[in-house]
Design a protein around this ligand. Sequence first.
Ligand code: NAD
Ligand code: UDP
Length: 340
Amino acid sequence: MSRRTRERILVTGGAGFLGSHLCDRLLAAGAEVLCVDNFYTGDRDNIVHLLRHPRFELMRHDITFPLYVEVDRIYNLACPASPVHYQNDPVQTLKTCVHGAINMLGLAKRLRVPILQASTSEVYGDPAVHPQPEDYRGHVNPIGPRACYDEGKRCAETLFSDYHRQHRVPVKIARIFNTYGPRMAADDGRVVSNFVVQALRHEAITLYGDGTQTRAFCYVDDLVEGLIRLMATPDDFTGPVNLGNPAEITVEELARRIVALTDSHSAIEYRPLPADDPVQRCPDIRLAQTTLNWSPRIDLDAGLRETVCDFCERLDVDPPATLRMPARSRGRRPAARSAV
Ligand code: NAD
Ligand code: UDP
């Protein structure tokens, strides 16, 4: 692809967990990638293998401030995603969701380019409808500890919808359900990373509540494929589209699977359930299946194996005998499976 025909793609939050995998995929498909991140929760280690790549550029920038660059597409992923991190500075979380969305939408409007928003299943709150289809409007506490994220992301969806209606900006809204995989931060407090790290260190597994709450976990490669397919839809298709793996599991069952997979001596320790923790969550993905021809392909056991091996490398822990080490995920460039 020549320099003139090559697409230049902005990924905000590109040094984070999902963003770094998306940068990998876009580069593998031949694009130029501008990664913008303020390193609030991101890590240089996630993108260190890209820093010398001729089509990769890193810019340290906080999207709550305007950004003037020239690009052909925008993926807006910048935002802390784990409850521990987004509740640590809730005002900054809201600013990132709302001011950040306004700034990135303003950029898309000036450039007349498509922009994809990484929204979340948290817009459904503690859902009364199960599994959650896109037309379910949610059950969110607007003043609780999760509201900075839930309501921030809901407001961002409103902004994306209004920029589309009012200014004809081609927008895409992805509602991402719990996603896991290599490069999750060891200390970000999400359930998969917490349990894997605790199990590998033979420390107590911190199970919140009685463990009967459910989630459905999507492997990162599947999720990135869904984002790329959503971005490739015609300009008048906005979504929102649920992206997640509908294989629902209780959090207690997840703990038991991770303990078994890691051959760990860890015991389960029950802790209080955080406020407003959703009781159940599972995506209805029929819209993604029909409009994107997308379904997740990697089951939980296979995805957890990759995740455990990645943590073994990063924590310098011997992998359990039952696990074969895959190719190093940090330097790995996953093969492109679809056009950018
Ligand atoms: P992450 O915390 O690993 O990545 C977020 C990235 O955004 C980090 O690199 C962080 O430094 C950066 N960032 C935060 N605030 C910023 C700001 N103001 N300006 C510039 N950069 C900023 O989280 P993730 O899991 O990779 O999530 C990425 C996106 O996907 C988020 O928008 C999140 O809400 C959404 N999402 C993720 C999940 C999931 O399960 N991983 C689920 C639903 C939605
Ligand atoms: N959880 C847990 N132990 C932990 C971390 C999380 O039991 O160490 C539970 C948490 O209470 C929630 C589920 O796991 O019910 C998923 O939590 P996570 O923070 O990963 O994501 P979210 O709540 O946003 O889905």
